[in-house]
Design a protein around this ligand. Structure first.
Ligand SMILES: Nc1ncnc2c1ncn2[C@@H]1O[C@H](COP(=O)(O)OP(=O)(O)OP(=O)(O)O)[C@@H](O)[C@H]1O
Length: 608
């Protein structure tokens, strides 16, 4: 392809005067004294140089390589040089805007920046919580010299509520979009476009991520001036001033940090849980993060693992209410052997303390998320490992990752000699016995299984991983199901291996006496009118339904802190996580049927 602009590819070499020497004393003090760091990471040196030389930067660097400070340092430096301009006039002015995809990241970036913003005399405004406050209250937050950190949803709500925000944005000097490739996904695209349209063209912009997406070009079109693409991997830095160069960007691989060992294992479907349990037991002193494709799975497997591993080792779930997630994240740091179960809410950007290992129990919805999930381990030179569990039907996924994401992962054989049918069956029986005694547990298992299949139908590599190829019967055994839920796919699917437990499921009680009494009352009222249901399928996930039509809560619903309108009735009693999840499921159905809008759904979910 013809080059229209200069392109250079360089290997970073130490220069006599490091670019970071140019940082203002306040910024250097913040770095050394407030944060306690004594040397800059390669991506930090590189971005400081190019931002200070007045470039707009599109930066790709591995997970955990220090990208947050790679934008925070030049961001604060540049704003400090303009601080006098912000003192003029009496109207609020937003000097810098940082957009991140989740509330957890708003909080995380806000924590990192706090001392730095104070040193340069700027007001830091992390817009994290969902917001129902009045216009006047919102307005008061803005000062003459403020830096805003927000999710796109929250910021768009603010733009709608406060039209004068556009005036405040007129003096915007710096825009950073962190996890930039996430912003071109359908669920963020419209919000991102709306925000970009409200910003002045004369500004410095930085787009940061560990992975790149072709569609990121759409973001680049929005007013990047003098842009440069920086790809910083262990030891090398590629600098491309020709950002339109397809060949250049195609060459870039999503390189994992050198401290991270990335692998996949092929395990028979019926042994999948056994493999996870074996992995966890052999790392009894390690901090492990396990990813599932749905929140139902997170809650179910938390209970399963507590049952199987015993009570001593802390097992946390990161499904919980948005407000309590920060607590879960901080308690994950507390013990060295904690296991945390999570969905993709924890997949991007979260700087969890010293994660030793990541297990991907289910493949991610988007293959580009693989790098972000596995990158929660092996951060900042901490040795880590990441393993993806694939069944034989999914073996081609590793090849798919290489072709589509340029991620090379090696096959590991750690489970080859340790897993067997007999042990898998012992595990299955332990779980089915529990499910045979406790209705809530039984229903959770079914819901987790249905949610997993639903997620499977919507992931982005249907070419190689299809539901029809899954050994659904064997997977049902791995989940410890008493009954296999019926849905369209099971008519043609391979379910022969499933071991049905000989028990009348309608007789399995809820342990909660009130709930059980309600169920019994309902059963009584149905007597004579219709046969009691034998199913273990909970409300909202009735038998015989096509699994594709079974709604599961959107894993990202409300993650971005969009404004919420309070419409739900006041909560009468404290709901269990499971009841909350069921209520969310019902609200999502209403939303899908158009009975409530997204904001009403999110408000009601927050009210649960
Ligand atoms: N100069 C430095 N010296 C030592 N540690 C650093 C330095 N810069 C950042 N870190 C630490 O490295 C860790 C990872 O940093 P950060 O979260 O910015 O990574 P990242 O590249 O943004 O990762 P991701 O792509 O997953 O979002 C953090 O714990 C941070 O405190």
């Amino acid at each position: 392809m013809a080059k229209t602009k200069k392109e250079s590819t360089k290997t970073a070499a130490p220069t006599p005067e490091s670019p970071t020497d140019k940082l203002l004393p306040e910024i250097r003090e913040y770095f050394a004294k407030d944060l306690g760091f004594d040397s800059f990471t390669p991506v930090q040196r590189c971005t400081v140089k190019y931002f200070l030389d007045n470039y707009d930067c599109i930066v790709q660097a591995p997970t955990g390589s220090g990208k947050t400070l790679a934008y925070v340092l030049p961001f604060l430096h540049i704003l400090k040089t303009k601080v006098e301009e912000y003192k003029e006039g009496d109207k609020p002015k937003i000097a810098g805007l940082i957009l991140v995809p989740t509330r957890e990241l708003v909080h995380q970036v806000g924590t990192v920046m706090k001392a730095g913003a104070a040193r340069i005399g700027f007001e830091l405004l992390p817009l994290a919580a969902c917001n129902t406050s009045k216009r006047s209250q919102e307005e008061k937050k803005f000062k003459k010299n403020c830096i805003v950190i927000s999710t796109p949803g929250r910021f768009v709500n603010l733009l709608n509520k406060l039209p004068e925000l556009k005036t405040y944005l007129k003096s915007l000097e710096m825009l950073i979009i962190d996890e930039a490739d996430r912003f071109v996904d359908v669920d963020f695209k419209d919000q991102t476009t709306k925000i970009l349209e409200s910003l002045p063209k004369q500004r410095r912009t930085g787009l940061f991520s560990a992975t790149q997406a072709k569609e990121i070009e759409d973001l680049i079109k929005f007013g990047l001036r003098n842009p440069v693409r920086l790809e910083v991997n262990s030891g090398t830095t590629r600098v491309m001033e020709d950002i339109d160069d397809d060949e250049g960007s195609a060459k870039a691989a999503n390189v994992a940090p050198a401290s991270l060992k990335n692998s996949y294992a092929i395990v028979p479907a019926a042994h999948k849980l056994l493999a996870l349990v074996d992995f966890l037991k052999k790392r009894k002193d390690k901090k492990v993060l396990v990813f599932f494709s749905s929140r139902f799975s997170v809650i179910y497997f938390e209970r399963v693992l507590k049952l199987v591993l015993g009570g001593k080792r802390p097992i946390l779930n990161l499904y919980g209410k948005k407000f309590s997630r920060a607590k879960v994240i901080s308690s994950f740091g507390g013990h060295n052997n904690t296991i945390m179960l999570a969905t993709d809410v924890a997949g991007r950007g979260l700087d969890l303390e010293n994660v030793d290992a990541v297990v991907q129990f289910d493949i991610p919805k988007h293959s580009s998320w693989f790098v972000h999930r596995s990158g929660r381990a092996g951060r900042n030179n901490h040795i880590g490992e990441s393993i993806l569990l694939l069944t034989p039907a999914e073996e081609a996924y590793a090849e798919f990752l290489l072709t589509h994401e340029k991620v090379a992962i090696e096959r590991t054989h750690i489970f080859d000699k340790v897993l067997n049918d007999a042990n898998a069956d012992v595990l299955r029986q332990k779980i089915t016995s529990k499910a045979s005694e406790e209705r809530e547990f039984l229903e959770l298992g079914t819901s987790a299984f249905v949610a997993m299949l639903n997620a499977y139908l919507s992931h982005d590599c249907q070419i190689v991983c299809r539901v029809k190829d899954l050994d659904i019967g064997a997977l049902g055994n791995a989940y410890g199901l008493v009954r296999l839920p019926k849905f369209a796919e099971t008519k043609t699917a391979n379910v022969k291996a499933f071991k049905r437990v000989d028990i009348e499921t309608s007789k399995i009680p809820y342990l909660d006496a009130t709930r059980e009494a309600e169920r019994q009352k309902k059963l009584k009222s149905q007597e004579g009118t219709k046969k009691p249901r034998q199913t273990s399928t909970p409300a909202g996930q009735r038998r015989g339904k096509n699994v594709t039509k079974t709604p599961i809560p959107d894993e990202n619903a409300g993650e971005d802190g969009s404004e919420l309108k309070k419409t739900a009735p006041k909560r009468k009693k404290k709901l269990s996580e499971w009841e909350e999840l069921q209520s969310e499921d019902r609200l999502l159905k209403k939303f899908k049927k158009g009975k409530i809008n997204r904001q009403e759904m999110e408000a009601a979910i927050d009210d649960l």
